[in-house]
Write a protein that binds this ligand. Structure first.
Ligand SMILES: [Zn+2]
Length: 359
């Protein structure tokens, strides 16, 4: 067998005070049902250099072998105690199939990124790759999801895809998209529409292979880049179209301060909104009540990577007190994040209980 079943693993599935397994808890939260305490999971990349060095499995190994991808991803639960396992680790899988070159970095522990954009001037002529699910690293991701789903009954498996605006930004070049949005706004919409169907197909394949939840990570749709009006015109309608086509619960992640677009993010139909540390969490929770669940929003740089354990504990408590139901880093974790800080976030959440209100 590829890896130990979670029931035999070193991390206890239920601590003494827990009444639900991580999978039951997360799915109940996403269905607006009562739970014993918040869930605590990662968003997108949750692997550390410490872990990669210990296992001798690095991103490049994981992306060329489904078993290694599953093994590396499972450490978010097995070693760090995060209550979900998510793949892949970066946002380059889809864009590579469209012909964008991937940069693997100088160090083995660098998160893969893109070397340059496609610089396409118009959407015409951009071919949607046929048989997308069989291209590039997509089959490895899907095989790894299936392996994880078969190995873990009680831990939710999460698939990550890129959002349509972020795909468009990779194809056309972000700067050009911004210029285009002033002079030829319709063209930006056409660019963004381009990826909707194929991204939905990819997300649905993840569910078919055993994923419990899909994250749509639309990092370039940030208000910090697009502004509020830009998000509402160029990203939100396409996130909504995509999410409507996806046959399972979706977490929508957008980087940056989302305070002013939370309502529009909720209107996409995403079951859960993953927010940045700059976002007003209390406001997001109040606004979303009964319509979506809020996830986040522990700062990844100052707190999780460079902070002390006491900083992590304080910020995690604040997030729980703000009413966030799924505690998580605000964004992808830097591989340089110490394991001890991630564990501190997990342990802090585990000690906080809603048991008094539990049916
Ligand atoms: Zn982000």
């Amino acid at each position: 067998m590829m890896m130990r079943r979670s029931k035999n693993c070193s991390v206890e599935i239920k601590s003494e005070s827990d009444t639900l397994s991580p999978k039951e808890r997360l799915l109940r939260i996403l269905n607006f049902r009562r739970v014993d305490r918040p869930a605590v999971i990662g968003i997108i990349q949750s692997v550390t250099a410490e872990i990669m060095d210990a296992l001798g499995i690095y991103y490049k190994d994981a992306y060329s072998n489904a078993e290694k991808m599953a093994k590396l991803a499972s450490t978010s639960w097995e070693i760090l105690g995060l209550e979900a396992i998510g793949i892949p680790f970066c946002q380059t899988v889809e864009v590579e199939v469209f012909g964008v070159e991937v940069y693997w970095g100088r160090e083995k522990t660098n998160i893969p990124t893109v070397i340059s954009y496609k610089n396409c001037l118009t959407p015409e002529g951009i071919q949607i790759p046929e048989n997308f699910l069989e291209k590039g690293r997509v089959p490895i991701v899907l095989d790894a999801i299936e392996m994880l789903a078969e190995s873990y009954d009680d831990i939710p498996i999460i698939g990550h895809i890129i959002g349509p605006f972020s795909l468009a930004a990779h194809l056309a070049n972000m700067e050009k998209i911004l210029r285009m949005s002033i002079k030829r706004p319709k063209l930006v919409e056409e660019f963004t529409m381009l990826g909707v169907d194929v991204l939905a197909e990819y997300a649905n394949a993840m569910f078919e292979r055993g994923a419990d939840v899909v994250v749509v990570a639309n990092m370039f749709a940030s208000v910090d880049i697009l502004g509020v009006r830009g998000y509402i015109r160029y990203a939100q309608p396409f996130d909504k179209k995509l999410i409507k086509k996806i046959k399972g619960p979706v977490i929508l992640h957008i980087c940056g301060d989302g305070t002013r677009i939370i309502n529009n993010m909720i209107k996409t139909g995403a079951r859960c909104i993953s927010i940045d540390s700059k976002t007003d969490a209390g406001y997001a929770v109040r606004l979303s009540r009964g319509r979506a669940v809020i996830m986040g929003n522990i700062n990844t740089v100052y707190t999780l990577t460079f902070g002390k354990i006491r900083d992590v504990i304080a910020e995690t408590k604040k997030a729980v007190e703000n009413g966030i139901d799924i505690i998580a880093p605000e964004c992808s974790l830097s591989p340089d994040t110490p394991n001890s800080n991630i564990r501190a976030m997990v342990e802090t959440v585990k000690r906080m209980s809603y048991l008094d209100n539990f049916d």
